[in-house]
Design a protein around this ligand. Structure first.
Ligand SMILES: Cc1cc2nc3c(=O)[nH]c(=O)nc-3n(C[C@H](O)[C@H](O)[C@H](O)COP(=O)(O)O)c2cc1C
Length: 212
């Protein structure tokens, strides 16, 4: 087994250190965040940091990189409040990855990469039509993480759209059925495969796999 001390990590070439540290935390979620500017230009960008915060009220969060360069998603949802979170699937993974390119703010990534905008009534931000699981959220708060100048963005889920055949009776979304992907680091995409689900774990009690 290779043992990296903090010093070893600091002495690695930049790119190698970035890949190492970006992958060592485990598989992350693969989402496209959709927004719209005040002049009506839609924006789409891949994010690997979306996690749920709580279910009542339904909230999620994600990490936004330092705003030392233009961050179109950020400026859009700060102004317009609405943003969407759309699961990435294998059928459009290369298009999704391409959204990370730095397009000018008058260019819509939807058109550039070939994904389809979808709007629902009463909600301003664009959804990704091709995505089977998607959320319409409103921006609630941001927390500056002063150690690395990133922002933790907090959003409230106002709409949750799920294609038929993905949800189980108890509410659970089988992401494998949706072909939702995960992300390793910043450029590795993985499929999801459900191994098992388990009943609530208690001390000194056999763990029960849930019948599916
Ligand atoms: C796989 C992957 C995951 C990413 N995850 C994040 C993320 O969680 N937070 C972030 O701020 N940027 C992330 N990025 C970078 C954005 O996608 C990129 O900066 C994009 O250009 C932002 O677009 P915008 O300026 O239109 O908002 C990620 C890029 C890739 C390739």
């Amino acid at each position: 087994m290779t043992h990296y001390s903090k010093q070893d990590i600091l002495e690695l070439p930049n790119l190698q250190r970035m890949h190492l540290i970006n992958t060592c935390g485990g598989v992350k979620s693969a989402n496209l965040i959709g927004t719209i500017s005040k002049t009506g230009v839609t924006n789409l960008a891949v994010f690997n940091s979306v996690i749920h915060l709580g279910s009542n009220p339904p909230m999620l969060s994600f990490m936004l990189r330092p705003t030392t360069v233009e961050r179109h998603s950020y400026s859009n949802f700060i102004e317009k409040i609405d943003f969407t979170v759309n699961h990435i699937e294998e059928s459009f993974v290369s298009e999704a990855h391409q959204t990370s390119a730095k397009y000018d703010n008058d260019i819509s990534e939807f058109k550039e990469v070939g994904l389809t905008e979808e709007f629902i009534e009463g909600f301003e931000a664009p959804f990704v039509k091709e995505s089977k699981i998607k959320m319409g959220c409103t921006f609630v708060n941001e927390y500056l993480i002063k150690e690395h100048n990133c922002r933790l963005i907090v959003g409230e889920i106002q709409h949750l759209l799920v294609e038929n055949g993905i949800q189980e009776k108890d509410g659970f979304l089988d992401l494998a059925k949706a072909n939702s992907l995960g992300i390793i680091g910043l450029d590795g995409y993985v499929k999801t495969e459900l191994i098992d689900r388990y009943a609530y774990a208690r001390p000194n009690q056999d763990l029960k796999p849930l019948k599916r």
